[in-house]
Design a protein around this ligand. Structure first.
Ligand SMILES: Nc1ncnc2c1ncn2[C@@H]1O[C@H](COP(=O)(O)OP(=O)(O)OP(=O)(O)O)[C@@H](O)[C@H]1O
Ligand SMILES: [Mg+2]
Length: 226
């Protein structure tokens, strides 16, 4: 059974159609990326998966727990790092919040536990956002813009840490990423979204060889970020 199953999803902002019949699946443990130009509907899809937006038509089924790293991190800047992390565990009643696990994954956060989140660097804030998502013990991690505004070395560290978690658990990933080169190198499968529609999907290796995809995302601006 798919971990995430999206069928015929239509989402509108008033009369404006932002998602137009989106179909997407993530299997348990799978690494999937969703790429597309600005305004294509990626964040709209994430918000719909999270239940923040209600679809006009279609269905979203998540057979398990999902953790979200929202676009722009969305931390509570006045709250401490630890309180931000604990907010990610509010739905987990079955066991103690895995704070120690998150501090093991991102050791720098332990020494900053009592600092206001707003005083952290962008990279540290993204670690808090990833950590907060992991506090809910998810089977699916949805990350909206992992690398945006971060130094390559910080991105590398976060990717390594997520990879390390995946070695121990069967965590699946739905990654939205401007750096398509990075996303395609990391993920097995990709969806390409344009104007609210999925226009291509398949194995990243095969997609990268399609001239139109290469030109749009890997040869030009989209691939030049790093
Ligand atoms: N709250 C809103 N009200 C009205 N229109 C919106 C709203 N949020 C997004 N849109 C529109 O919906 C479309 C999809 O936006 P969305 O944020 O999902 O794109 P995106 O693929 O995440 O883009 P980016 O790569 O820039 O983050 C855009 O045309 C956008 O202007
Ligand atoms: Mg977006």
């Amino acid at each position: 059974m798919a971990l995430l199953e999206v069928r015929d999803l239509v989402v509108q902002y008033g009369q404006a159609v932002a998602l137009d019949g989106v179909r997407l699946e993530v299997q348990p443990g799978e690494l999937v990326t969703l790429v597309g130009p600005n305004g294509a509907g990626k964040t709209t899809l994430v918000k719909t998966l999270a239940g923040v937006l209600r679809p006009v038509r279609g269905t979203v089924q998540i057979h398990g727990r999902a953790g979200f790293v929202p676009e722009g991190r969305q931390l509570f800047s006045e709250l401490s790092v630890e309180d931000n992390l604990l907010l990610g565990a509010w739905r987990v009643r079955s066991h103690r919040p895995p704070l120690d696990l998150v501090y093991e994954i991102f050791p720098q956060l332990r020494s900053m536990a009592h600092r206001r989140a707003g005083t952290l660097s962008g990279g540290q804030q993204q670690m808090v956002a990833v950590g907060r998502a992991l506090m809910g013990d998810p089977q699916l991690l949805v990350v909206d813009e992992l690398s945006l505004g971060l130094a390559p070395v910080v991105v590398k560290e976060i990717v390594q840490q997520i990879t390390r978690i995946r070695e121990k658990t069967n965590l699946a990933l739905l990654l939205i990423e401007q750096n398509v080169r990075l996303a395609f190198a990391w993920c097995e499968r990709a969806y390409v979204i344009e104007g609210g529609r999925i226009v291509a999907e398949g194995a990243t290796k095969a997609l990268a060889e399609q001239p139109a995809i290469y030109e749009a995302f890997l040869g030009g601006r989209g691939g030049a970020a790093q």
